[in-house]
Design a protein around this ligand. Sequence first.
Ligand code: SAH
Ligand code: DHB
Ligand code: MG
Length: 235
Amino acid sequence: MSVRNVQHAADVDTHTETHLNPPSATLTHAYDNSTAHGIPMIAVSPSHGKFLSLLTRMSGARTVLELGTLGGYSSIWFAQALKRNGGGGGKVTSIEVDPAHREVAIANLRYAGVDVPREAEVLLGAGLDVLPRLGAEIEAGERARFDFVFVDADWENQWSYFDWGVRLCKGRGGVVYVDNVVRQLLLSGVVGPEEREEGVVDLVEKVGGDERVDAVVIQTVGAKDYDGFLMAVVK
Ligand code: SAH
Ligand code: DHB
Ligand code: MG
């Protein structure tokens, strides 16, 4: 065995998904309907979606905050996990800057049996505009804090979204999970052959110096190639 076997990563996804994560009609619809509306299919992979749903169930989350809705594929995974957690009142709050993406996401969520906006709301706007509003609503007692935060929007703002995630989450045991961290490290030249971009904020360095959290980066391979995520738990 050596690392060159990474060429088989997509086949391993196919095999393991056949047995552990057979495609559901609703999730397949979310992918297909997004593509039909010209939305680039940069959603998490089926295995990654299932992993997020298992984390949501492990953590017993009732409220999820998502940055970057796209066609609602990951939102559906979260909403279904919250339903399984039971107790009623579970809710996904997803933020999306592109109105066309938001429309398709709402249609896909509804097709999947998710009650919009009761079980999942898609807030239109740039993350950095919407997050302070959510913060004010939490402070005013009009909105619950978040148990699980999924950051999957524009990569340049990963640190700002992370910081907001920690501030808006429930405190100890709250989770902030950032997608695409490894590709951003390589793209921005923090690691690898590219020249490091001037003024680039390295999420990993910032989180490493952040006393509020314990965090790790896990590198991943699969049908969606090579990447990795950061996951932090509030102390
Ligand atoms: N979470 C989705 C994929 C998100 S792709 C899934 O796995 O199914 C990234 C999304 O972030 C895109 O829809 C893009 O329009 C949105 N986005 C980009 N910049 C943004 C910003 N500043 N604020 C909110 N959303 C943003
Ligand atoms: C891509 C993947 C992502 O998960 C994302 O958030 C943005 C872009 C991509 O494959 O290009
Ligand atoms: Mg992503």
